[in-house]
Design a protein around this ligand. Structure first.
Ligand SMILES: Nc1ncnc2c1ncn2[C@@H]1O[C@H](COP(=O)(O)OP(=O)(O)OP(=O)(O)O)[C@@H](O)[C@H]1O
Ligand SMILES: [Mg+2]
Length: 257
């Protein structure tokens, strides 16, 4: 808990503000560009078919969630709190909804990024939700640390691509979560196929003794959906079917808690 003691009063307020949320799940990876936002967005939309779901984009300097969901709206205010944007049946909060334009760079040092995440956690009208899914930026520093210390997710889902370079970083993320006493729900291998290979995610899960949640193959329909602002699970295709098993495993994990 060191480093957040100075914010103790604020932390209590933030936790009170989040008290209507049932399960909190963060999606993380050590390496960038492996598919965290893809997983977070599609997991949230899948869960939102039957549950009340909020999705928080905790990537402050390069927020991508709005782009993946085709959101152009800004956050509005009500009673001194920010109101999430409603899209595909869920509540979405991204720092991008506070920016003038999507090309505007956020050039901040770590403590300011953490402060911005705390502002979103504490000053959004989250309401009653079954799930809060958090899309993290890559790495094991500011944003993941703030989310783990303050939000205290029920668990993290780790995304990796099959290659060794990504798997090494995925193991680092898993060990960070374990050190912070946040359970690892499991590992997803993304972009499986001829180009990056297959098996690295499953091996990492085995090495770490955590569940292997499944693989998502490298498929241009997935990047195409993201570019269109429509999650791939909402389109009828073989890639969307496979993701259902991953969602089921995550749901089974939270249902047990
Ligand atoms: N299985 C897949 N097949 C094809 N394209 C994919 C797949 N998964 C992700 N992509 C594409 O790869 C790019 C990176 O994915 P994404 O933005 O989800 O990664 P990320 O881990 O969130 O990246 P960052 O570290 O920058 O936050 C995006 O253009 C996305 O549409
Ligand atoms: Mg991302």
């Amino acid at each position: 808990m060191e480093g957040i003691m100075e914010f103790q009063g604020m932390v209590e307020e933030i936790r009170a503000n989040l008290s209507g949320i049932g399960h909190k799940i963060a999606v993380m990876s050590g390496k960038g560009g492996v598919g965290k936002t893809t997983v977070a967005v599609n997991l949230a939309v899948s869960l939102a078919k039957k549950c009340k779901v909020s999705l928080l984009d905790a990537d402050i300097d390069c927020p991508n969630v709005n782009k993946f969901l085709g959101i152009k709206e800004r956050l509005t205010a009500r009673g001194g709190k920010m109101v999430p944007v409603n899209k595909y049946g869920m509540s979405v909060v991204s720092f991008a909804s506070l920016q003038e334009s999507e090309d505007q760079p956020v050039i901040w040092r770590g403590p300011m990024l953490s402060k911005a995440i705390m502002e979103l956690l504490g000053n959004v009208e989250w309401g009653k939700q079954d799930y809060l899914i958090v899309d993290l930026p890559p790495g094991t520093s500011d944003a993941p640390l703030t989310i783990m210390q303050i939000l205290k997710p029920d668990g993290v889902v780790i995304v990796t691509t099959p290659q060794e370079v990504a798997v090494v970083d995925a193991r680092k993320s898993a060990r960070m979560a374990m050190k912070m006493e946040i359970p690892v729900i499991g590992i997803i291998e993304n972009m499986t196929g001829d180009i990056f290979g297959t098996g690295g995610g499953e091996k990492a899960a085995g090495d770490l003794g955590v569940e292997f949640l499944g693989r998502v193959r490298l498929d241009k329909r997935i990047s195409g959906s993201a570019d269109k602002g429509k999650p791939f699970v909402l389109e009828e295709s073989p890639v969307s079917g496979g993701f259902g098993d991953i969602v089921k495993k995550v749901k089974q994990y939270t249902d047990k808690k």
